[in-house]
Design a protein around this ligand. Structure first.
Ligand code: HEM
Length: 91
């Protein structure tokens, strides 16, 4: 029982408009599991439904719980945004 509860709790993040609209078990329509960022450079397209063709687009589409992180990314200087993208494209 405890195990089930913790699995439920850890299931996903509320991602607002990035959700898949699917209610499955305890996971609501806007809940999505975090994708591992390792191996990003060998992957395309991005996000669970492939709606982003670049990493930048994937970041732009972060919503819900990840809204703050999206706003922080876009308030970085252009050089710093580029540095984050270069890092993400190197792993
Ligand atoms: C520096 C901060 C972040 C960066 C650069 C980042 C970047 C990314 C990228 C590039 C993807 C696409 C991965 C793929 O398709 O293989 C992704 C997916 C995802 N991220 Fe983030 N992310 C950040 C922070 C967050 C935060 C704070 C949350 C939640 C609280 C979050 C939740 C997710 C989820 C749920 C997915 C999967 C979405 C889907 O498959 O549609 N991310 N992230």
């Amino acid at each position: 029982m405890l195990r089930g509860q913790s699995l439920t709790y850890d299931f996903g993040h509320h991602m607002g408009t990035l959700g898949d609209g699917i209610v499955q078990g305890a996971a609501g329509a806007d809940e999505i599991r975090t994708a591992p960022l390792w191996g990003l450079r060998g992957r395309t397209p991005f996000l669970h439904d492939g709606r982003a063709s670049t990493v930048l687009e994937a970041i732009q589409l972060h919503s819900g719980e990840a809204t703050t992180i999206r706003e922080r990314f876009f308030s970085l200087s252009e050089d710093d945004q580029q540095a984050v993208l270069e890092f993400l494209n190197s792993i």
